[in-house]
Design a protein around this ligand. Structure first.
Ligand code: GLC
Length: 751
């Protein structure tokens, strides 16, 4: 689709409308650093799902007509718009940051019919080889050195250069390999790191989307979508962290979680009765492995009917939860959107009576199969449907449920995908499955978050499998059905780092792997690598080898315990990162390139990560390995285990037999730590220990009740610890509104 020659433009206050021979386009100046570009191919006044509320920040820009368009000069950048809405963005010195690719796509010849037939005969997906122009399309020029980061949960590596991806939330039970174009989540945001600059683009369009980062051709990247508007935000930044700040300013930031949710969680699909759950819960306490929840997978429901409870296998409603709560276990249950089609079942009856389910084009309630057999799909884009779903959580909170895990919300369906024309809504606007698919989970998570917040008054933990850009405001994520494969252990680093820089600070993988059979070495290496995973849960599938650590051997149990204990020690550091992330949008697990942007050794570093800025983790993720090549960036680093000092900007080889995960702490660090407990709340955290590395430093520590929203009314403490070269610590209270610690102790790194 083309707009053709430029005619004229008008300024509407915080942006301009440009009129062309064959249509119009808009540019919105959101802030000095965020500009939105739109061609309303499908609809005027599109309301974003990801960006909520008015984000306009007063800013100044000047607009001048040129011979084929307009030139806009703003505080941080200049924008030149030409014929056919071609865009060029330069910095204030005139250097191009990004510009449209003016030529046509060079789509490789599609393969012959004969080859296609052969491929199909052997079971290859030949459609993957067919490429064509997209209905909505944007091409931007790229340079040889450009690197691409972000896009959420995509498989493969940190740097997406020369890879192709799609955004279409997909339930993939087979092994997740780097060849997969799409997984469960659609986050159409990425950062392009150029040789001497950086920028971000967020293509806010919920239809099936396509990204080709120079695979088709090394001169341009391609963004495509099946329908909707061309609607993208340019995000300026001097550093990658500025781009993330701007992106999360728009789409929202991960809210401060409850402290216990950052502890350890045990799960399995296949705890088929109350006694299975009990055995695991008491096992955690017996083997002294700290644990917050043994999560309830679909086995707990009566015939997989959501918001019900199976009293035959799971005993009287509420009994088990009540019993285990005395041992510190917090009940977390799974909920799926698919609502069983069964007259007499209250959710189905209420949904039918009120017209809450999606319908086919003729208005007949749409049915597909999921766990409960024939199931209907709530039309979550409508507020009244979300309110109904939110209130239905009372069935759970009345039993004592404290957190909800939303699954199968791509939405997954067992009898083929939902047809394109299934009718859904976004607000009052009627639309179809094509537009709603990628935001279905987003709306469901919103409902769950609001319901749990209202019913409990606490900060909700909603764990979701599918999501869109912006869902981070409502839900934590896990990466779905991975497998007990070394390749999946390796992938957790780029995958969680990519989710992190795409706004999802609270993310995790199924520790030990969900599908396939784990083994003792893999379990140990997984818990070592996952020790700083923001969401920290071991989960496995029915029929696979059991994954509770003591089901392997004593050595595995001991190593597992050592790392879960380490996690509990570092809880206040992790919590502080969440606190700070609310201002910066920066995640917990970070790729090294985020803080060492000029160091090319970090550009493609897929096997280590930073936790905040002070801790570097370089886990062993290779079968049989007992040494690890670790890259330490600029600065001085101290080995967490031995206290050994290393000067950075070099590779070192670290002895790392089973049970040793290489961890380094930066010079001048002050790391807050808590004493060991079996679960958060076992005893009050009234002692804080500061782990110190040599060198002067400063650190701000946040403390509150770890549960509710009283911090908004000032019920929290903010400590600023300063340390001089000699190691003397002084404390300044930046805010005092909560009962403080009884003791603040220090510990030096060199043991
Ligand atoms: C899906 C989920 C998995 C869950 C299972 C049964 O496969 O991804 O985590 O255990 O469904 O509910």
């Amino acid at each position: 689709m083309r707009l053709g020659k430029f005619k004229d433009y008008s300024d509407f206050g915080n942006g301009i409308e440009l009129r062309y021979e064959m249509g119009k386009a808009n540019i919105y100046y959101i802030s000095d650093e965020i500009v939105r570009f739109e061609i309303p191919w499908q609809m005027d006044d599109y309301i974003s799902v990801a960006v909520e509320g008015d984000k306009f920040v007063p800013c100044e820009y000047e607009c001048r007509e040129s011979k084929d368009g307009v030139n806009i000069s703003g505080k941080k950048m200049n924008i030149k718009v030409g014929e056919d809405f071609s865009v060029e963005i330069t910095d204030k010195a005139g250097k191009v940051i990004v510009c449209d690719y003016k030529g046509n796509r060079m789509i490789p010849e599609t393969i012959s019919e004969k080859s296609m037939k052969q491929l199909t005969e052997e079971g290859h997906d030949a459609s993957a080889f067919v490429r064509s122009e997209y209905k909505v399309q944007d091409l931007k020029r790229i340079d040889k050195e450009d690197l691409f980061y972000g896009l959420g949960d995509k498989t493969g590596y940190l740097n997406k250069r020369e890879y192709y991806f799609e955004n279409w939330n997909s339930d993939i039970p087979s092994a997740h390999t780097e060849a997969l174009p799409a997984l469960y989540k659609s986050i159409p945001f990425f950062i392009c790191k150029k040789k001497t600059s950086v920028y971000g683009l967020f293509y806010d369009n919920t239809y099936h989307g396509y990204f080709d980062f120079g695979k088709e051709n090394g001169d341009y990247f391609v963004y495509g979508a099946d329908d909707g508007n061309l609607n993208y935000y340019f995000l300026y930044g001097e550093k990658m962290s500025d781009v993330i700040r701007n992106y999360t300013f728009l789409t929202g930031r991960t809210p401060l979680p409850q402290l216990w949710t950052l502890g350890y969680h045990q799960c399995r699909w296949g705890y088929e009765s109350a006694s299975d759950i009990r055995e695991v819960a008491y096992g955690m306490r017996k083997y002294r492995i700290p644990c917050e929840s043994v999560q309830y997978d679909i086995d707990y429901m009566d015939n997989f009917k959501v918001f019900t409870w199976d009293e035959e296998y799971y005993e009287k409603k509420g009994k088990l939860m009540e019993e285990l709560s005395h041992e510190g276990f917090k009940p977390v249950v799974i909920i799926d959107p698919g609502t069983k089609k069964e007259a007499g079942y209250f959710m189905y009856d209420e949904g039918i009576k009120n017209g809450y389910f999606a319908t086919d084009a003729d208005g007949v309630v749409y049915v597909n199969k999921v766990w409960p057999g024939d199931a209907t799909f709530p039309d979550f884009g409508r507020k009244e449907v979300r309110d109904w779903w939110a209130d239905s959580h009372k069935n759970l909170t009345d039993m004592g449920v404290m957190a909800v895990w939303n699954d199968m919300n791509e939405p997954a369906s067992f009898e083929g995908p939902l047809p394109d024309d299934v009718v859904f809504h976004i607000g009052d606007r009627k639309t179809d499955h094509r537009e709603v698919h990628n935001v279905y989970a987003h709306f469901m998570d919103m409902a769950t978050f609001n319901g749990m917040k209202k019913l409990t008054g606490k900060r909700p933990l909603v764990i979701t499998r599918a999501c869109y850009a912006g869902t981070q405001k409502y839900a934590a994520v896990w990466t779905g059905d991975n497998q007990s494969l070394w390749a999946h252990l390796q992938m957790l680093i780029p995958q969680l780092c990519s989710l992190g820089i795409s706004g999802y600070a609270l993310a995790g993988t199924d520790i030990g792997g969900f599908g396939a059979n784990s083994n003792s070495e893999l379990m140990c290496r997984w818990i070592e690598a996952a020790v700083f995973s923001p969401f920290f849960r071991n989960h496995s599938a029915k029929g696979t080898r059991a994954q509770e650590p003591w089901k392997f051997n004593d050595e595995t149990t001991d190593i597992y315990r050592k790392y879960v204990e380490l996690r509990y020690k570092f809880l206040p550091y992790i919590y502080d990162l969440f606190y700070r992330g609310q201002e910066t949008g920066l995640p917990i697990m970070r790729p090294l390139v985020l803080h060492y942007e000029d160091d090319e050794n970090t550009f493609n570093l897929n096997d280590e990560f930073l936790v905040g800025e002070n801790i570097l983790v370089s886990p062993v993720v290779t079968q049989g390995a007992s040494k690890k090549m670790v890259y330490l960036p600029e600065g001085t680093w101290y080995d967490y285990w031995t206290g050994e000092k290393h000067t950075g900007k070099t590779y070192i080889i670290k002895d790392a037999p089973l049970g040793v995960c290489p961890i380094y702490i930066k010079e001048g660090s002050i790391i807050p730590m808590y004493d060991q407990v079996q679960y958060v709340g076992e005893k009050p955290y009234n002692k804080l220990t500061l782990l110190l590395t040599p060198g002067a430093g400063k650190y701000v520590h946040y403390q509150d009740n770890g549960e509710d929203y009283k911090f908004i009314d000032g019920e929290y403490n903010l400590y600023e610890f300063s340390k001089d070269e000699a190691g003397n610590i002084s404390t300044e209270m930046l805010h005092e509104g909560y009962e403080g610690y009884e003791e603040i102790a220090t510990e030096n790194i060199s043991h």
